[in-house]
Structure formats: C-alpha cells, structure tokens
Write a protein that binds this ligand. Sequence first.
Ligand code: ADP
Ligand code: MG
Length: 317
Amino acid sequence: MIRFEQVSKQFPSGTFAVKSLDFEIKKGEFFVLIGPSGSGKTTTLKMINRLIELSNGWVLINEKKISDYDINELRWNIGYVLQQIALFPHMTIAENIAVVPELKNWGKEKIVARVDELLKMVGLDPKEYRNRKPNELSGGQQQRVGVLRALAADPEIILMDEPFSALDPFSREKLQDDMLEIQRKLKKTIVFVTHDIQEALRLGDRICLMKEGKIVQVGTPNEFLMNPANDFVREFVGSKKLTIHLNELMTPVSIGSKLFDTKTISLSTPVGEVFEHLALFEQIAVEDNGKQIGIISRQNALKVISQYLREGGQTHE
Ligand code: ADP
Ligand code: MG
C-alpha cells in the first residue's frame, strides 16, 4: 500500500534526516514509527503526503509514485493529525470536522450526517457538541475532534505525528482506546509516530524503530519483546532492565502432576535469558532442586510485561 524504496532526505543544511529507507506498510495496517528525538520519524511521515520532498528514492502509494499524484488529491486522501491540533477557533466543532468534505463539495446533508456519525463514534453526543467552539472542549476532546477531522472524508491513509503526547495519561489512554476501536471498525492504514514504547506496543500491528535516520528493526510487538535485534532495541524496549521476577511470569504446577516435556530452566535464571528461551519455545518449565515447580508460557509472559510497561514499572539504573 505505502512503499519506501531507498528513500533519503538531505536538508539544505547538509543534515541527512533519513538515509536509504526501505519498508512497506500494508493496507489496513497500524504501523508505528518510534525512535528517539531527531531519529527522522517526522521527516519520514511528512514525505508520505509530500509536506517534505524526497532527495532520493521513491515513495509509492498503491504502486503509484507520490510525485505522479495531483498534490491536492493526494493530501485530501490522506488524513493528518499533529501533536498540537490546530482547530479553527472561530469555527464550531462540526465546521472543523467538515473542512475536507466541504473542500470536496459533499452535499450539506451528507456532511451533517457524517459529522454526527463521527462524533457518536468517539462518544461525543452530537446534540451537545456539534455547535460548540474548540475552547469549550477539554484538551483531550479537542484532540479527539482533530482525529475526527482527519477521518472525515474517509481517507484511505491517516498519518499521526505524536498525536497524544501532550495529553495527560488518562486522556491519552482514552484516545488510544478510540484509535483501537476506529481501526477495528474502519480498517484504515495508519502511520503513527510516537516516542512512547508502551503506546507503540499497545497500538501497533507492526513497529518500526528508527535511530539516526535509519531503521533498526521492523516487527510485531511480540517480536520486539521476544527477539530484540540488538542492544539498542533491547534498551529501548527495556526488557533487560525489567525488575520483574521469574516467578511473576510463572504459573505454579501442583506437586505430583505430569511433567512438562519442554525446555527446562532453573529458578535462578535471569529474566532476560528467560525471554531468549521464550523466543524459541512456546512454553518453558521451571525447576528447583531437580523438581518442576512451574511453567512459563510465552503468552502469559507477554501479558505480564505489557501490563508492567503500562503501569510504568521501576527499572534498574
Ligand atoms: P524526529 O521526528 O524523529 O524527532 P525529525 O524527522 O524531525 O526527527 O528530524 C530528523 C533530523 O533532521 C534531525 O536531525 C533534525 O534536526 C533534522 N531536520 C528536521 N527538519 C529539518 C529542516 N527543515 N531543516 C534542517 N534539518 C532538519
Ligand atoms: Mg518529530
């Protein structure tokens, strides 16, 4: 659906913001770009809707080079959500949401119906909210309206650049829930930038980790946790530093029950090593003094880890 081929961007200052990017985003995928500040995430995103021109390579959407699209047609068919949504302050919520449908000359009735449908989808009662001005909404609600505006004309692709990072944790979680629901219902292709690994693990079908303008690893959340490509990824994901104890991952087995015939580790195995085994085995047994005392399944371990990350658990050092 969206393909980067050998894409580089060098700014006139000489800085290479991104170098030789090669990756593909599938139709309907929730694709997360993550990495430290300055790693090239925003540049990558803005090249998709041609807010930044490429220096080298190609970006293709549905097998057609983006430079071959009419620029207005391209922009209208790609929703865009920024960290600081700029809702028009003098316009109502309904008018803000309807900007692109208006540009596309949808009929009045169709626009009204669409605005109400969208407001309902994120739990904002149209009767109450459609005629309000942006300053009569909380920050979280305004950001939700920003998301609705991007969705309004039913674009195939939505680009989101750290859309929730200015929100308090409660609103952020709510908006994340909205996004998961929207994605489940509408199956848009979403490219989502964040520097928050918990957000990435929660939302992403796949995650692309960038560093200094290059891709370090692309994979599913499971692959990131189970099989970090190198120390940078491990550090970023934090699995090496987790203070989780092995027995928090383990389900005890009762004495005398049948032995599990699988990879067996001792109770004193470091947690980092446990995950290396879980990359290879669906479940592993834990023994103490020569007796099996429990079992660790990959699925349960992932659940514990993501819960832990969400709660912002303490890390060593
Ligand atoms: P991120 O979004 O991951 O923080 P950016 O894509 O914004 O990273 O920036 C990547 C690199 O490109 C940084 O070194 C940044 O300073 C540089 N950069 C971004 N925009 C410009 C610009 N307009 N002119 C010059 N350098 C830029
Ligand atoms: Mg950025």
